[in-house]
Design a protein around this ligand. Structure first.
Ligand SMILES: [Fe+2]
Length: 383
């Protein structure tokens, strides 16, 4: 059986990665990059270094700072309009998953001018690759700088469109921990639990293979070890750097192995209630793991070890259960609410989400297929 491992051409990690990105971009013909970002990051001055260095190297960067959390079709189209108005020739996504996903949407629209954003929903629908794109992550979670995924909300249907195509993989991925030290504790926790979800879903996915297993387990180990420290001591560069590595490894794993029902289920409250992706994932993760446990017991026992549980005196079944308890403990330790009801979700919301969750592309990699009634039961267990 053939295995695929899909990665950016170049990944730059560590302090000074931004300077190296600008050096590498200077060797390319493009000179008017569109920087796709959030207003809040501009306000914090986080982009000052990048913009200054680009100008010093003769670039004329154009900034689109209209990205919002859970980016919509309207945000993607507005970013595309900024590309056209600015006569741009390259893309730089700067921020969390929302900014990078919006940059990916612009890349798809630029390369395929006969299409709309809705035409790209699903797997392998982007066709042409588009302009040079670098993605600079300022959180440690989504791994959007590594992956072929973009998630854009269709505001007409109130559904998150999952777009998966290798044409969306950035040319250069950047993780500079010095950009992450100002990230609030709550966002650090949510994005870190998103990364843990990526690693765990990848490790038990039907698409898992030897080239993804190692990075998935390594990611679980690093995240379990360093997430509390990154949450408690945001200025700790070691914790930030280790979380950047951990989420990157998780991205390497899930970009090729796929995800599962945690993401399928979490995309729906994200779309209808604009809730943070990482928090929804963190709440649903132990519930879906319990559902998957009967078909992946050995793998959950591996996850327990990676999370630091001493399983030597345990049976495989006990070790697998201990993994799920370790996930719950970590989630509580970093301040994630116990259920969706704490986020303003009401029981009546749940049934309406089931069909879209079942149809979500992430469901295709679930190790145990759930009926619609079982998907509803998962939502209720996470309520
Ligand atoms: Fe995610």
């Amino acid at each position: 059986m053939a295995f695929a491992l899909c990665l950016p051409q170049i990944s730059l990690s560590g302090e000074g990665a931004i300077e190296e990105l600008v050096r590498q971009m200077a060797n390319k013909p493009a000179r008017r990059p569109l920087i796709v970002t959030e207003q809040a990051l501009m306000g914090l001055g986080l982009l000052d270094g990048l913009i200054g260095q680009l100008r010093d190297q003769g670039f004329s960067p154009v900034v689109f700072d209209g990205v919002l959390a859970n980016p919509t079709d309207k945000v993607a189209n507005a970013a595309m309009a900024a590309w056209q108005a600015g006569d741009c020739d390259a893309l730089v996504g700067f921020g969390g998953g929302s900014a990078m996903d919006t940059a990916k949407a612009v890349r798809a629209l630029v390369a395929n001018p006969d299409k709309t954003i809705y035409d790209f929903e699903g797997i392998g629908k982007v066709a042409k690759v588009g302009p040079f794109m670098a993605c600079i992550s300022t959180t440690s979670g989504t791994a959007a700088e590594v992956t072929s995924n973009a998630v854009i909300t269709d505001t007409r249907r109130k559904v998150k469109m999952v777009i998966i195509d290798p044409a969306l993989i950035p040319d250069i991925a950047v993780n500079d921990p010095s950009l992450m030290t100002g990230l609030p504790a709550s966002v650090t926790a949510a994005t870190g639990m998103d990364a843990l979800t990526h690693a765990i879903e990848a490790y038990v996915s039907i698409g898992a293979h030897p080239l993804t297993d190692h990075s998935a387990l390594a990611a679980i180990k690093v995240i379990a070890q360093y997430l509390p420290q990154a949450v408690d001591q945001g200025k700790d560069l070691v914790a930030r750097e280790m979380m950047a590595h951990g989420q990157f490894l998780a991205g390497m794993a899930f970009n090729s192995a796929g995800l599962g029902y945690v993401h399928s289920l979490a995309h729906q409250p994200g779309a209808t209630h604009n809730l943070p992706h990482g928090v929804c994932n963190a709440i649903l993760l132990p519930v879906v793991c319990e559902f998957n446990l009967p078909v992946k017991e050995a793998r959950f026992a591996d996850i327990a070890v990676a999370m630091g549980v001493d399983t030597q005196s345990m049976s495989q079944a006990a070790a697998a259960k201990a993994a799920i308890q370790a996930i719950r403990d970590l989630s509580a330790r970093v301040g994630i609410p116990a259920g969706l009801s704490a986020l303003g979700v009401v029981q009546e919301d749940l049934p309406g989400w089931v069909p879209a969750a079942e149809a979500d592309p992430c469901s295709g990699c679930a190790p145990r297929v759930a009926s619609q009634a079982e998907l509803l039961a998962l939502y209720q267990a996470a309520f």
